[in-house]
Design a protein around this ligand. Structure first.
Ligand code: IMP
Length: 429
């Protein structure tokens, strides 16, 4: 298993950026395989903070980075993010960054539609990042998308554009919006094409060659398993498959490529956007977790909802993503609590469950069944070995392992990359 696939095992924001950065130093290639610039990956390297949304985190260290076909790409955002990182001294060229030819483009009217629909949805709103992710994936599946490879064939776009605008103009009319201005769109595409095209490659070929040469590939997931379009808390999910299996289909490799699946798990639970959250704490304890954990969205700045650790949900994520081991993050946020709670099951009406049922109404009614566990008063922040952890913190970790049925591979004790306790090297398997 030379490869490692990193995925979020909760609702995103588990701290994937730091772990991917930490692993990318030993990877030969880092690949994004789903999502788009709805992600927010923060990397702290020395005294510099890098915020990435679309580019694979490996780019900061100069590792060959690829954006796979499973990603939806906003070309203008891509240009801005490249410029921002270059401004921070990161070297980005077509030699170290590749975009798959088959990525669907996120276009300005996708962003408009995302916002218009959210505004019109009242209590049913999903709380999306409003970046056009959902509408772009809809066009991909609807076989109307303009893809990255089309940027090299803009003069042949006519029939595709007919299908796309016929669909969107009907939708826009319902929102009292003007039809798509095709001339303007073509001019915008012509303008951005020259920036994007040098990065465009048959990424599936690059990755298959890398695999054949025994190179180590790191797959960087975005969002989290509970936001997966099939396995998440539907409809309050993103529009892609966020599970580890997508590492293969979202890049053009076979299913065995995923290798060691590292699930990133926060020591408590957070969620941004609408949707069920059984262990949510809307009280002073939730407030305390949010303040100590600096729980504000990287992309939208929204305050994240916070709650106790939910072992049922993580166990479910471990199962549907085939997680080999977990990286436990932000343990230090739990320092100083007298008692901690872990959710071990749900009560819905007069029935108990050891998994989250699929229906949104059941999910909304799920009441957590808690187990209390004694907290610790010493700090775990910055610990780099088990010996530096309070005994109760180790008990908390061991209990989590038992409940989710998966071992801890590493523990992250601060945003600093060196503040990490390594139990098992995922690349060594
Ligand atoms: P979308 O991906 O913008 O369509 O948003 C759908 C849902 O996924 C919303 O609840 C968002 O808050 C959530 N979401 C999307 N990306 C992220 C992320 O990177 N971290 C956490 N939540 C996310």
């Amino acid at each position: 298993m030379a490869n490692v696939t990193v995925i979020g095992a909760q609702w995103g924001d588990e701290g994937k950026g730091k772990i991917v950065d930490w692993l990318s130093e030993r990877a030969d290639v880092v690949a994004r395989f789903q999502g788009g610039h709805n992600a927010g990956h923060t990397l702290v390297v020395g005294d510099k903070v890098y915020k990435l949304s679309l580019l694979p985190s490996g780019i900061v260290r100069g590792t060959l980075s690829v954006i796979g076909n499973g990603v939806v790409l906003d070309p203008w955002h891509f240009r801005d993010e490249v410029a921002k990182l270059k401004g921070q001294g990161v070297d980005i060229t077509p030699d170290n960054l590749q975009i798959a030819e088959t990525c669907p483009l996120i276009l300005p009217f996708h962003r408009d539609l995302d916002g218009l629909r959210e505004d019109a949805s009242g209590a049913g709103k999903i709380g999306t990042t409003r970046r056009g992710i959902g509408p772009a994936y809809e066009d991909k599946v609807g076989r109307r998308a303009i893809r990255v490879c089309d940027l090299a064939h803009l003069d042949d776009l006519g029939p595709q554009l007919d299908r796309l605008t016929a669909h969107h103009d009907a939708l826009r009319a319902g929102f009292n919006e003007a039809p798509i201005d095709r001339d303007r769109l073509m001019a915008e595409l012509r303008e951005i094409a020259s920036f994007i095209l040098p990065f465009v490659k048959p990424v599936w070929l690059t990755l298959n060659k890398a695999k054949a040469e025994g190179k180590r590939i790191l797959f960087e997931g975005a969002q989290g398993t509970l936001l997966d379009i099939d396995h998440g808390t539907y409809p309050f999910v993103t529009s892609s498959n966020t599970v580890a299996g997508t590492a293969a289909s979202g890049t053009g490799l076979g299913p065995s490529a995923a290798g060691f699946v590292l699930g990133i798990v926060k020591a408590y639970t957070t969620r941004v956007g609408s949707g069920p959250f059984p262990t949510e704490l809307e009280d002073a304890t939730g407030q305390r977790l949010g303040e100590r954990g600096h729980e504000f969205g990287t992309v939208t700045g929204r305050k994240r909802r916070c709650g106790w650790f939910d072992a049922v949900l993580v166990r479910q994520s471990v199962a549907v993503s085939g997680v080999t081991g977990i990286a436990l993050t932000k343990l230090d946020v739990l320092d100083g609590f007298d008692t901690l709670k872990i959710c071990t099951g749900y009560r819905i009406g007069d029935q108990t469950y050891d998994y989250l049922p699929a229906h949104a109404q059941d999910q909304a009614k799920a009441e957590p069944i808690y187990e209390d566990i004694e907290g610790w008063q010493d700090t775990t922040a910055g610990a780099r070995s088990w010996a530096e952890l309070p005994a109760q913190a180790i008990k908390y970790i061991r209990r989590i392992e038992e409940l989710i049925g998966c071992p801890v591979t590493l523990v992250s004790t601060s945003p600093e990359r060196e503040d990490t306790i390594l139990v098992r090297d995922p690349f060594a398997d």
